[in-house]
Design a protein around this ligand. Structure first.
Ligand code: SF4
Length: 356
């Protein structure tokens, strides 16, 4: 069944809608450009579609009703948005205003793929609140469209990079995530370069293999955080079901097929995974792969009293030692610490106050 949210539809599906309405095929292309290229939020904005056509269209279709209900701006320019969905649920996305080489602006958005998450990672606020439901493709791209719409009204640069690293495990909602990526990459839509899209998984081996087989040239990141099964299982329950051996086999498969470097995320937690022994374990685990380790000093999560952020010096010492051990790595720039930057924190806070 076709989703009533037009943001979920590709041009082929819009052509089907248009045909049902007995309108001409070229209307589908126009509709696609308005919805996915120009991010309209009201039917009336689609000025060349004709009043009768729009009136007919609005009987069965809508523009998703994603609404920004909260915006937090960090001292470093990072912005966090809480979006309300049509059923009253809410998801977060985070806009990071980086400046890359030659001071070229490079706005990156971190989007959610599910409401809540079933994976239960101990260091993650979303993981503590449980799974609610998958997002549709329209609700995924809607996060980018709503923020872009807002940026346009403020005369700011639009979004150039998309990272699937917000709430939810993208491979457990793969069909909708795949569709959203295709929509974002469409030249008549946002036209975001495929290599400017990244996806982060907590280690769903089957999903990694599917991505390899799909031929999508996006960047793959794997949340690793520990290099032995016993330690990883303590912080990431998924490791009980998909242990490191299985995960690494899927990563090798991906690398052979996609011929791309893999990023491994390593949330550095004081006293938990930051020892010299941990560095040797990482070296052993990753030695066969072309990879990069992204060290992320963990954000404090109020509900998890056993996880502590490491000191700056401990972070740089860890990175130095890892490089010395022959592992390519960098420390991720810290963003939005003062605005509950970690995934799920804003939604959790607002839900506790009973605001949705
Ligand atoms: S870190 Fe990602 S996979 Fe783990 S619980 Fe949080 S949202 Fe889910």
């Amino acid at each position: 069944m076709i989703d009533s949210n037009l943001r979920s539809l590709n041009e082929e599906e819009m052509a089907h809608v248009v045909k049902e309405m007995k309108a001409q095929r070229f209307r589908a292309k126009q509709l696609f450009e308005w919805v996915h290229g120009k991010n309209v939020t009201e039917f009336a904005e689609m000025s060349n579609l004709g009043k009768n056509f729009l009136a007919d269209l609005s009987k069965n279709y809508d523009l998703g009703h994603n609404k920004i209900i909260k915006r937090q701006v960090s001292a470093d320019g990072t912005e966090k948005y809480l979006l309300e969905l049509s059923d009253g649920e809410a998801v977060e996305c985070v806009l990071m205003r980086y400046r890359g080489d030659f001071s070229k602006k490079r706005n990156t958005i971190c989007v959610s793929s599910q409401v809540g998450c079933a994976m239960g990672c101990t260091f993650c606020a979303t993981g503590q609140s449980g799974f609610v439901r998958n997002l549709s493709a329209g609700e995924i791209v809607g996060q980018i469209y709503e923020v872009n719409h807002l940026l346009a009204t403020e005369g700011a640069e639009s979004i150039g990079n998309v990272v699937f690293m917000g709430m939810g495990e993208p491979f457990l909602n793969w069909d909708n995530v795949y569709k959203a990526i295709k929509l974002l990459n469409d030249k008549n839509g946002q036209n975001i370069g495929i290599r400017r899209i990244s996806l982060s998984t907590c280690g769903i081996a089957e999903g990694i293999r599917k991505l390899a087989d799909s031929g999508l040239d996006i960047t793959l990141a794997v949340s690793l955080h520990a290099a032995t099964d016993s330690e990883r299982s303590k912080i990431m329950p998924i490791n009980e079901r998909i242990p490191l051996g299985e995960l690494m086999a899927a990563c090798s498969y991906y690398q052979k097929k996609a011929k791309k470097r893999i990023t491994f995320e390593y949330a550095l937690m004081a006293g938990k995974n930051d020892s010299a022994g941990n560095i040797m374990e990482l070296k052993n685990l990753l030695k066969e792969l072309d990879c990069h380790v992204n060290i992320i000093p963990v954000n404090p999560v109020a509900d998890t009293k056993s996880i502590f952020r490491p000191e700056k010096k401990a972070v740089s010492d860890f990175a130095k030692a890892l490089k010395k051990a022959g592992i390519n790595c960098s420390v991720r720039e810290e963003k939005g610490l003062d605005i509950d930057g970690a995934c799920g924190q804003l939604r959790g806070k607002i839900a506790k106050k009973g605001l949705f």
